[in-house]
Design a protein around this ligand. Structure first.
Ligand code: UDX
Ligand code: UDX
Ligand code: ADP
Length: 465
């Protein structure tokens, strides 16, 4: 006999859908979870020994439940037909053309997924919006589902935004600060809300499962990401003042973070934030504010993204300035290409922007990242907004070892805070570099004093040299 609890299907086997549903299956052996995707290659990878995404702890839980109550399938319609609850966890990239280009979310994938549910379903479903989407998307989904429902089939729509961060996804999912479920404030809406809450209650304390209206729930997700990104831009703005005045941004952040009203987390200065969410969600908020005729509000949030661009540019300029105002035909090692440690994801990684600047100056760039695939780096650096294949072939070399990457280079630029960069033998690194040997710490993770003792010229964000 199979599991006796509700059946869940998830449309979209990506960074959000994959880990989320794997944890549900792991924590609720009673629930049958099927993750489907249009991309058959991605599904094949989920069914193989080498999962399509790297996330600490993910392999173990997938292996523990796969084939028992966790299934990955390219048969989208079968997944829909069998499920009681359907998560919609498809991609929502920023629109590239048309109205709202560069700001608004492209909801074509969400709409296509919703229409497919409406077309295929032969029984009532609870449809759960999991992708980050602008407010009122749930309303559009509801309209599509209702217009396409017939007779005794009903669709209830919930908003259940995911707050996991990459690199810590499994522990975030196992121990969430909160689970948020938005619904229509009707009897049926509350019933659907309860059905989903019962699944999470398999491992999350009830008081952490909070319920509210659909629109509040959708806005809460955008707001949380905007507030987090705003903290980073705030501390990065302070880092520029520190560099100009001799204060130390780590000390300033530490002092501020001790105020319980501020708190210590998310105050680490850096070369800039990346990742698939922050910029996209803030630009969504900007677009929303403008659509609501609130230009001052739009401008406020837009500034968080502008400051992030400024931070990346400032760092590139620092590298060029210190290397005697030219990096043309110099060799630069880039340590880390992922947007943060413990992930192989490069979406919106600040490393892409920095390497783009270096290549435009015709520097030879040597990239080392412990988890990012070479094909991904090539795709990112040959994207039309970044560079050409010709530039990539002439100026970029990918290395599988940090010592090789830094051999005979003029400078090392630390882009990602991988732990291993703290443990390298910097005596050895120094010996093999051109002199003067520069190291630029874009993540404030290295022991600058020790490196100076070895002979390095060290530059750290938020600190005077
Ligand atoms: C502030 C700092 O809190 C304190 O640490 C510093 O030493 C002096 O400045 P104060 O101005 O006395 O203290 O009061 P505070 O509680 O910070 O409130 C400042 C203003 O912000 C008030 O008008 C308050 O109504 C408003 N406020 C505060 C909000 O509108 N929303 C909030 O969530 C908090
Ligand atoms: C973020 C939110 O944290 C998560 O709740 C939401 O569900 C998705 O978006 P993620 O983008 O995966 O998660 O990673 P996060 O840890 O938030 O880091 C985002 C970027 O900010 C990274 O580039 C990181 O290096 C940078 N960052 C983070 C800083 O520069 N300083 C900090 O103090 C924290
Ligand atoms: P996220 O970071 O939000 O999880 P990803 O791009 O990693 O985003 O994953 C989204 C996945 O959704 C992709 O693998 C894509 O193929 C899949 N997808 C898009 N549209 C549909 C659909 N209608 N049905 C099933 N899967 C879909």
């Amino acid at each position: 006999a199979g599991p006796s609890g509700p059946k869940i299907c998830c449309l979209g086997a990506g960074y959000v859908g994959g880990p989320t549903c794997a944890v549900i299956a792991f924590k609720c052996p009673d629930v049958q979870v099927t993750i489907v995707d249009l991309n058959a290659d991605r599904i094949a990878a989920w069914n193989s020994d080498s999962l399509p995404i790297f996330e600490p702890g993910l392999d173990e839980i997938v292996k523990a439940r796969r084939g028992k109550n966790l299934f990955f399938s390219a048969d989208v319609d079968k997944g829909i037909l069998e499920a009681d609850l359907i998560f919609v966890s498809v991609n929502t990239p920023t629109k590239k053309t048309g109205v709202g280009a560069g700001f608004a979310a492209d909801l074509a994938y969400v709409e296509a997924a919703t229409r497919r549910i409406a077309r295929v379903a032969t029984s009532s479903k609870i449809v759960i919006e999991k992708s980050t989407v602008p407010c009122r998307t749930a309303e559009s989904m509801r309209a599509i589902l209702e217009a396409n429902s017939s007779g005794d089939i009903r669709f209830d729509i919930l908003s259940n935004p995911e707050f996991l961060a990459e690199g810590t996804a499994i522990s975030d999912l196992m121990h969430p600060d909160r689970v948020l479920i938005g619904s229509l404030q009707t009897a049926e809406g509350r019933k659907a809300q309860l059905a989903l809450a019962d699944v999470y209650a398999g491992w999350v304390p009830r008081e952490k499962i909070i319920t509210m209206g659909l629109w509040s729930s959708e806005l809460s997700k955008l707001a949380a990401n905007a507030l987090l990104a705003q903290r980073i831009s705030s501390v990065n703005a302070l880092s520029a003042i520190c560099e100009a005045t001799g204060a130390d941004v780590d000390e300033v952040a530490y002092a501020c973070g001790l105020d319980s009203r501020i708190g210590p987390k998310f105050l680490k200065a850096s070369v800039g934030f990346g990742g698939s969410c922050f910029q996209k969600d803030i630009l969504n908020l900007v677009y929303l504010s403008e659509s609501l005729h609130l230009p001052e509000v739009a401008e406020y949030w837009r500034q968080v993204v502008s400051l992030n661009e400024y931070q990346k540019l400032r760092f590139s300029e620092l590298v060029i300035r210190r290397l005697f105002n030219t990096i043309t035909h110099k060799h630069i090692a880039v340590f880390g290409f992922a947007f943060k440690k413990n992930t192989g994801d490069t979406r919106e990684s600040p490393a892409i922007t920095l390497v783009k600047h270096f290549i435009q100056e015709q520097a030879f760039v040597h990239i080392y990242d412990p988890k990012v695939e070479q094909s991904q780096i090539e795709a990112d650096l040959t994207h039309p907004d970044v560079g050409t294949l010709h530039q990539y072939k002439n100026y970029v070399t990918i290395h599988t070892c940090p010592y090789d990457a830094s051999k005979a280079v003029d400078a090392i630029v630390v882009m990602t805070e991988w732990d291993e960069f703290q443990q390298l033998d910097y005596q050895r690194v120094y010996k093999n570099m051109n002199k003067p040997a520069f190291i630029f710490d874009g993540r404030l993770i290295l022991d600058a004093k020790k490196l100076r003792g070895i002979g390095f010229q060290v530059e750290v964000i938020g600190r005077q040299a």
